[in-house]
Write a protein that binds this ligand. Structure first.
Ligand code: HXC
Length: 259
């Protein structure tokens, strides 16, 4: 499929890389881009060969937010009735394979929110995260006020959302927003390496792991633990559980069949 606002490629036969590609606008996220992103994510999610998806931008910007000129003229009725701006943003939540955000440069506003919708964030040393919507007379609209406090706690989330200050990669790692920091020129290599590791495991176990961790943010502890236990027990019905444990016992490499 040919896209105009993103680029896609496959690495090592198993890892899909989606690159946001509106460089002149620092990858500002408009409706066309978000539609294409949703299509690409769904296509890779449905592709048996793909084990993990990487979402990345340019060196200067992962994404500088929702496209400001595109939304500046909306009325409340436009925005609310048409679910404008946000209508394409939920697709990523329905993706069942892991999605890694590889963030270099600015991840601001909707860009920060998009990165937080991914399963984890690997940041380059030059990454900058922020929710500067307050400067535009609005607030985050794609989960920023909800996911940021879950990631970094109330104090830092309030600080960022109310003052619009940016967090650099080091602060973001200390606060728990990103899982690793790497040099700028190593960002994609590191993300691909992580994605290949994930792709080497049973897709069923990987999907169950993702679903179960996400449940931690949607439920109380005892419901979450029960949910985890159901999935854990269910995995004993798979070939890959037998294979993984037999391979360990017999000191050999497992061959997972995703079955
Ligand atoms: C459209 C954008 C843009 C954006 C940058 N550009 N951000 N266009 N929407 N969000 C464009 C600029 O207009 C400019 O185009 C070009 O990209 C380069 O940007 P500069 O400002 O010249 O670059 P620089 O001086 O390096 O500053 C980088 C920056 C700054 C700090 C990232 O561009 C900035 O503050 N951008 C806005 C960030 C922001 O407020 N994001 C939140 C948006 S609201 P020209 O044509 O002039 O060269 C949002 C709501 C989310 O995200 C709701 C979710 C649904």
């Amino acid at each position: 499929m040919r896209y105009e606002n993103i680029e896609t490629r496959i690495e090592g036969g198993k890892v899909a890389i989606i690159t946001l590609n509106r460089p002149k606008q620092l990858n500002a996220l408009n409706d066309a881009l978000m539609t294409e992103l949703g299509q690409a994510l769904q296509a890779f999610d449905a592709d048996e060969n793909i084990g993990c998806i990487i979402l990345t931008g340019s060196e200067k910007a992962f994404a500088a937010g929702a496209d400001i000129p595109a939304m500046a003229g909306y009325s409340f009725v436009d925005a609310y009735k048409g679910d404008y701006i946000t209508r394409n943003w939920e697709t990523i939540r329905s993706i069942r394979k892991p999605v890694i955000a590889a963030v270099s440069g600015y991840a601001l506003g909707g860009g920060c929110e998009l990165a937080m919708m991914c399963d984890f964030i690997i940041a380059a040393e030059n990454a900058k995260f922020g929710q500067p919507e307050i400067k535009l007379g609005v607030i985050p609209g794609a989960g920023g006020t909800q996911r940021l406090p879950r990631a970094v706690g109330k104090a830092k989330a309030m600080d960022m959302v109310l003052t619009a200050r940016m967090m650099d990669a080091q602060e973001a790692e200390r606060a728990g927003l990103v899982s690793r920091i790497v040099p700028v020129d190593k960002l994609l290599d590191e993300a691909i390496e992580a994605a290949l590791v994930i792709s080497s495991y049973s897709q069923i176990a990987v999907m169950a792991a993702k679903e179960s961790v996400n449940r931690a943010f949607e439920s109380g502890l005892s419901d979450g633990v029960t949910f985890e236990r159901r999935l854990f027990h269910a995995l004993f019905a798979t070939h890959d559980q037998k294979e993984g444990m037999d391979a360990f016992i017999n000191k050999r490499k497992p061959t997972f069949r995703n079955a």
